[in-house]
Every structure is written in C-alpha cells, then in structure tokens.
Design a protein. Sequence first.
Length: 249
Amino acid sequence: MIAVSAQGVVKRFGDTTALHEVTLSVPRGAVLALVGPNGAGKTTLVSLITGTRTPDSGRVELFGGNPRDWRFRRRVGVVPQEIGFLPCLRVREIVDLVRVHYDEPASTGALLARFGLAGDAAADVARLSSGQRRRLAVALAFVGRPDLLVLDEPTAGLDLQARRGLWQELRAHIGAGGSILLTTHYLEEVEALAHQVVVLFRGRVLAAGSVGDVKASAAQMRRVLADPGGGVGTISLEDAVTRLIEAAQ
C-alpha cells in the first residue's frame, strides 16, 4: 500500500510558485526524507500531504484518499516544525487531551516512558526545556497509533543521546509496517533512516532515489564538470546535496 502519493503537484502563493510539478510516493514500511535548504518547499509539501492546504494543480493522496478527509488524516501522526503548548497545562494533561480524539489511543504512561518524560508527567509544560518539548511533540504524534508519521525537523534541539533514542523509536515504527515522511537538515539522520531521498530546491525536485542514487547523481555531475576525484564511495550525502543545489543555482 502507498501511504502518500503526490503527482505533478503545483502550489503557488501569489506570484511565487512554491512547488513545481513535484511527484513522489511513500510506500508502507519505508522512510522518505525531504532535504533541501530553507525555502525549498518542504514545509509547503508537508502541508499538502497533511491536508492543511490544497494544491493548485496535480494530485495528493493519503492512503488513496483525500488528505482533507478526517478518515484518512486520523491515520497520521504529525510533528510540526513549530510547536506551541498551553503553558498552564501539565505534560500528562496535554497527552490526555490528545488521547480523547482517538478510539484506541496509546497509554499516556507508556508514551511518556518511551520518550523519557515519565519523570515530568506532573510538570507544567512551561518548565520544560526545548528538547523536552520536542520529545513531547514526538510522543503526541504516536498517541493515535498512526500508520504514517509526518515529521518536520523532529530532532531539532535534541542532544545526541535523545536523537539516537528517537531513531530507535522510528525504526520500530517502520519495523511494525508504518511509514515515515521526514524533513530534516541533519543529513546524518537521512543516511541513518531513509530508504528514499527527495532533494528539493526552489520547489523543484533535483534528485530522487536511495541515498546511493543521490550520491551517484552528484558524482556523475562532478565528472561532467571535469572535477574528478572520486565516485559514489568517496562522496558524502551532505557533499552530494550541496553539489546538486549549487549546480541548480
């Protein structure tokens, strides 16, 4: 089953075209990573997939249906780039508030334990560090036992240990047949998790495929530009993405 399908998607904001004919798919049991600089169109694409915006042309499907239909949206857990919590609420109260929207939610206690927040259950959210708030946001994405996780910079602000812990949870989700759409500036994270990578720049897809495919595209570009010095095995993903973007400017 395909969790997400985008075909020839175009999105405009006034005179600015944020997405140009973008096509991608996220199959079941896979991680697709969107990478590119700020302003590349990643967050706009996420908004179309989660149904908060609609494309101007092209088609976006979520589990074969309309992303704005609640029957499909409820199968998705989302970690947005910007997070806001009511500061007067306690951590446990926030999780319980989200749980009431699902028929069979995950246990509050189990979620807080999974994401290292059990000791903060009674704490006001205003007292949490930025990393703790980020972990809480990720925990909330798991409340409804989602089939698809849409994660917009999920590990921003996390230390190395917390980031690696989250990676373990994401691998477990994939192992259980779930899917993940991930945007991140941490290309180490992409190499550690992603089955497929889409490189976006100014709303256009520069390269798509496995990590190895993206590296190969950049390595081929290196040879075309008469800059020998290694093939796929000697180029990092960061170097590959940088070269692809520089060539597109």
